[in-house]
Design a binder for this molecule. Structure first.
Ligand code: IPM
Ligand code: MN
Length: 368
């Protein structure tokens, strides 16, 4: 019996979520068998079905249980027959906020053999990490509206940026930059958003200095342009919640599409993380480490749900990020290696066929 074991909550969610999570689980099970650890899956039926049946989105009892597992693997949330925001805010954002998953780590990497939409660009040009702040900005829901439906109607959506929140995010990003090639790019809109921009800029300068990494700066509109015209200029990007949301969809497009874009919602102090000061803040404010959450960047894609056409690769790569976070670095590297091998020939195969190819091919060791 393996002595390394992890309890992982499986939240397939809506649309193509269940299809891709099933394949990601196969890949993780294959990796655990070959690398000598155990994964105990705990199933949760959160999502549109449960909401429409019971009115529940994320009951407190379930939130408490989720706070006690080692990691969470999520498929996708949202369906056209549920009002926008109900599941997104009530489930995904609530988990990000309550578990204090303050980093959204999104690798943007064009794998060999995958056609890029960018003419003349290859894997050497598109290989970066986007570190998106994940608990603040305009996502906090601070705001309100008045005079709804009347000519004087107005709405306010406030962006919240705390020194502590910005600093812990930039610190994480600077740490990643130090492990890569020592370059960190702050993306913001300091020429217009002067209040929050100044906070981000000063914080990034201080943190980059302390970490010994070079800090570049790019306005978010220019960053969208450069991601397409000159992606090689970026290595580690750090940015606020909304800019990061938008940039990583552009990132997915230049790295072969949403079918391969993976993400990790991290509380770096949780299980497997480098537990450090201020790293964890459990769902009840306790000091117990909290789990991180891993999900493909793509949504529930209701238009192709049930057709077998969804690519499970993004979910498999997200599960790989999960294994890496849990400390199973060899297994994580093996999963990525298999994906790289399977990916160029994946077009034309169904969700399940790609998943089977991956599960069968997970090696016993990582090749050098
Ligand atoms: C993402 C998604 C979410 C976000 C939605 C579903 C709330 O677009 O993870 O990028 O905006 O963060
Ligand atoms: Mn998004």
């Amino acid at each position: 019996m393996a002595d390394r074991g992890y309890t992982v909550a499986s939240l397939p969610g809506d649309g193509i979520g269940p299809e891709v999570v099933a394949e990601a689980r196969k890949a993780v099970d294959a990796a655990s068998a070959r690398f000598g650890f155990r994964v105990d899956w705990v199933d949760y039926d959160l999502g549109a079905d449960r909401y429409l049946r019971t009115g529940e989105v994320l009951p407190d009892t379930v939130l408490k249980e989720l706070g006690e597992v080692d990691a969470i693997l999520l498929g996708a949330v949202g369906r056209p027959d549920v009002a926008p925001g109900v599941l997104e805010r009530g489930l995904l954002l609530k988990l990000r906020f309550e578990l204090d998953l303050y980093i959204n780590l999104r690798p943007v990497r064009l794998y060999p053999g995958v056609p890029s939409v960018l003419a003349g660009k290859g894997p050497q040009d598109v290989d970066m990490l986007v570190v998106r702040e994940n608990t603040e900005g305009p996502y906090v829901g601070a705001g309100g509206s008045a005079h709804r439906g009347r000519p004087a109607e107005m709405a306010i959506e406030t962006s919240l940026n705390s020194r502590a929140g910005v600093e812990r995010c930039v610190r994480f990003a600077a740490g990643k930059a130090a492990q890569r090639d020592g370059r960190l790019t702050l993306v913001h809109k300091t020429n217009v958003l002067t209040h929050s921009g100044d906070l981000w800029m000063r914080t990034a300068r201080e943190v980059a200095d302390q970490a010994g990494v070079r800090l570049d700066y790019c306005h978010v509109d220019a960053a969208c342009l450069y991601l397409i015209s000159d992606p090689g200029r970026f290595d580690v990007i750090v940015t606020d919640n909304l800019f990061g949301d938008i940039l990583t969809d552009v990132g997915a497009a230049i790295a072969g599409g949403l079918g391969t874009a993976a993400s990790a919602n991290l509380n770096p102090g949780g299980p497997g993380g480098s537990a450090g000061a201020g790293g964890s803040a459990g769902a009840g404010g306790s000091d117990r480490p909290v789990p991180s959450l891993f999900e493909p960047v793509h949504g529930s894609a209701p238009d192709i749900a049930g057709t077998g056409r969804a690519s499970p690769i993004a979910a498999v790569l997200s599960a790989g990020l999960m294994l890496d976070h849990l400390g199973e670095h060899q297994a994580a590297a093996a999963l990525e290696q298999v994906v790289i091998a399977v990916l160029p020939g994946a077009a034309g195969y169904s969700t399940e066929e790609i998943g089977d190819q991956i599960a069968v091919a997970v090696p016993r060791e990582v090749s050098a």
